[in-house]
Ligand binder design. Structure first.
Ligand SMILES: [Zn+2]
Length: 472
């Protein structure tokens, strides 16, 4: 669909008595799709609202499905069945409780009862399965369905108003992030031994170039001290060369030690140098919350303060190591620990739209029944989930299948939030990943606003809070 600025934006208003959560959800749709507020038009209304409030209804022979692309609808079929009802006499009624949808998709309540994996995370449901909606941003699809219904009711089918743009008149946003799980090759001799083994494995696979690359790096390290895992400066250099602003997440242990959590400590001069280098390079620094501390507010506060001491600046952006996250409690916990932006909501074993949306969202505090001051920017693509068959293929086609997710974000004008771990800059071990990163940047440059998580969250939150609610 080509944006058509002549088509009017759908208008909406809210009934007087409305659940605050429904209002919240509605507002997100309005902001994401640039709907106008109005004292007359009604885009949709919750099913429990009074019957005197008109609903979107439209005439026989035209279905919402016909106006939305096949591909989108194959993913949103469940939504169509659930929310678009044939009211008889050829009238189709759009019937939706946005508060419920919000809870189930965006606020992740649907995940609370789902099975967990060995890291106590919601188990990856596989592509297209519930809970979550991995293949399509279903919450955003539903807004599109509402909009199509509204157009049908006005005979404006097929016309689309211009979606709200991001700064620089860009039609989508791209946030590049780096989780720094490893800052150097400690323990050195163990890692060197592994290099030898990896080299042999590559040789057996017939990858002579990778085997020799691995051994050359190991020798350079053992003899000349050039640590192949010390990649943070390389990532920074590449981002500066590419002219992009990115977000680096650092773990914040006092010292090295525990498995998974403390591969470096903030007391170490090299770690401090890396963090300050990233800061001085103009990038954002966020906290990569520890594996163990993810549901402990005191622990998160301590980690934040420790990182702030090194950074000499406040730290407001967060992502948990291993993406550990509890659907019911983590948002409130992070807000309490002093964070303003989180980017943990994504799948670790796969790419996709875990929160059902490709937009940031102001999180909802179920306890207080009001907006929290934490903005979530969902994670869509993790480099480790790029097609594994391509992993050892070297080259730039690694992005391959994931272009589908990029297309979805583009369709809605959302935020493509990606993570490339810094260890991928150990080129000999992970060939193809940095070229894929550069390809992504080049591909997105003409159409995306490149920004940090803090910046994109600030833009969204401002729009969200400035959207005035007009009640009939
Ligand atoms: Zn991590």
């Amino acid at each position: 669909m080509t944006p058509n600025t002549h088509a009017s934006a759908p208008s909406w208003h809210l009934p007087k008595e409305i659940d605050p959560l429904v209002e919240w959800s509605w507002r997100h749709w309005a902001v994401g799709r640039g709907w106008n507020r109005s004292s007359k038009g009604v885009l949709l209304c919750p099913p429990h609202a009074s019957e005197s409030i008109p609903r979107v209804e439209y005439s026989p022979g035209r279905s919402v499905a016909s106006s939305v692309s096949e591909e989108l609808f194959s993913g949103a079929e469940t939504i169509r069945r659930a929310f678009i009802e044939d009211a008889g006499r050829g009238i189709v009624r759009v019937n939706v409780d946005p508060g419920l949808v919000w809870k189930q998709l965006v606020n992740l309540e649907g995940e609370a009862a789902a099975p967990t994996d060995s890291h106590e995370r919601t188990a990856w449901p596989g592509e297209g399965a519930s809970p979550g909606s991995t293949r399509f941003p279903l919450y955003d699809c539903l807004a599109l369905v509402m909009e199509e219904a509204w157009r049908l009711s006005r005979g404006e089918l097929g016309r689309q108003h211009a979606l709200p743009s991001w700064p620089g008149d860009k039609l989508m946003a791209l946030t590049l992030t780096h989780d720094v799980d490893v800052i150097d090759g400690y323990p050195k001799w163990q890692r060197l031994a592994k290099s030898m083994v990896v080299g042999i494995q590559n040789l057996i696979r017939g990858r002579v170039d990778m085997a020799t690359g691995e051994w050359v790096r190991a020798i350079q390290w053992g003899v000349l001290g050039k640590d192949p895992f010390a990649t943070v400066p390389d990532v920074l250099e590449d981002d500066r060369r590419l002219g992009v602003n990115s977000t680096f997440f650092f773990l914040s242990a006092a010292q090295r030690g525990e498995r998974r959590d403390c591969s470096y400590g903030l007391g170490e001069p090299y770690a401090r140098k890396c963090i300050r280098g990233v800061r001085d390079g103009g990038m954002e620094v966020g906290l990569h919350g520890s594996y163990r501390g993810f549901d402990n507010v005191k622990e998160l506060q301590d980690q934040r303060l420790r990182l702030e001491q090194v950074l000499e600046r406040p730290v407001g952006t967060y992502r948990n190591h291993f993406l550990r996250f509890r659907p019911r409690t983590s948002f409130a916990l992070l807000a309490e620990a002093g964070f303003r932006v989180d980017s943990t909501v994504g799948w670790s074993p796969g790419n996709g739209f875990r929160a059902g949306t490709c937009f940031p969202f102001v999180t909802w505090s179920s306890g207080k029944k009001e907006a929290s001051n934490l903005v979530e920017v969902p994670l869509i693509i993790m480099e480790g989930n790029l097609d594994p068959r391509e992993r050892f293929a070297t080259g730039e086609d690694l992005l391959g299948k994931s272009c589908r997710f990029i297309d979805e974000v583009r369709r809605f004008g959302g935020v493509l939030n990606v993570v490339w771990h810094n260890d991928r800059w150990y080129h000999e071990r992970w060939p193809g990943f940095v070229p894929a990163y550069v390809k992504l940047v080049d591909m997105m440059r003409p159409e995306a606003w490149f920004c940090t998580l803090r910046d994109v969250a600030a833009v969204w939150e401002k729009r969200f809070r400035e959207t005035v609610t007009v009640k009939a």
